[in-house]
Design a protein around this ligand. Sequence first.
Ligand SMILES: Cc1ncc(COP(=O)(O)O)c(C=O)c1O
Length: 396
Amino acid sequence: MNHILTLDQNASLAGLPPYVFSELDRRKAQARAAGAPLLDLGIGNPDLPIAPEIIEALTTALRDPATHGYPPFRGTPRFFASIERFMAERFGVRIDSTTEAMALSGAKEGLAQLVMALCGPGDLALIPDIYYPVYARSVWLSGADVRWVPMRARDDFVLDLDAIAPEDARRARLLIVNYPNNPTGARVELEFFERAVRFARENDVLLISDLAYSELTFGGTPAPSALEVDGARDVTVEFHSLSKTFSMAGMRIGFAVGNSDAIEALASYRSNTGYGTPTSIQLGAAFALDHYAELVPPTRRAYEARRDAMAASFIASGWNAPVPTASMYLWLPVPHSVDDWTWTQTLIDEDGIVVTPGVAFGEGGRGFFRVSLVRPADELGRAAQTMAARRASMQG
Ligand SMILES: Cc1ncc(COP(=O)(O)O)c(C=O)c1O
């Protein structure tokens, strides 16, 4: 008799709430099947090419058979040396890479792996209520619980650490923060990290700072690292990514630095479940970090010009839309009396423009939508004009 396999996902995976980005994908596919050409400003996938010098470093590395075997679990000496130099030059932070650094196949995987290494059923994690999805999803996958930390427009989307209930603070194993922020474009000065480090110390909580957008700031002082705070490494680990800074999203490369126990936990989880990050990619990334001072400014200028093109177009169309000073996103309120999904679906159906509904980033994101600056400035300028006209027609 034929037995047909019934393959159930484990309870944690099957129990995750629906992924809003999958629903958005479904709606995009539906529109495309109906023949609509779409301008996709939904996903934050950089469209800028990797700089030719980095490509050269990657291909040179790949031609060397010494890169062809399994990589070392934690990272190659060359990448570690570049991480140490980058952290010292950019942030004035000294890292001992033998115990305080780890190469990652992207910050996303690294964040999830660290959460899985630290949390389990009965544990609690503190997550902003507007969040990059993997923060909460990895906590749920581990079987632990999430407590939301408010992140409100009236506070310029700076986390309200004082709103954390004392019993939650005591119970929590970790707190994740992300500035410059996806999706809101908010940024903070060192003073915020001083408060976050103090909170982590007082409550015996690991502070996880996601610094994926550290180099995408427009004007003002460069974004600080939480590790600049005195004594931060006792309680803090920080995630860096080369995806946006060097348009290397497809190479899957980032790194974690900071608290040696957190790095040890991450290394232990990774070595039990996989191998390290490919050596050739680490060597290309090392080149990128070594030359960040020359390589980053053109990328930063490109995103700034795109942001400015959209802002000018909004203003010319009568919409005084907020303009962020960091990240590669605009975070805008949906028109009055319209919900996120109605607005998103209308833009797809009527204007062929895809944006992300704010609720994709949690309940705190409701009432907003995110635009990714992943097309040339002229296309974005036209899209802003179209959105402003649609907004005016929907608000009546
Ligand atoms: C806040 C934030 N952290 C981390 C990542 C992931 O970075 P990586 O490509 O290095 O996995 C992203 C990607 O969009 C992000 O927005």
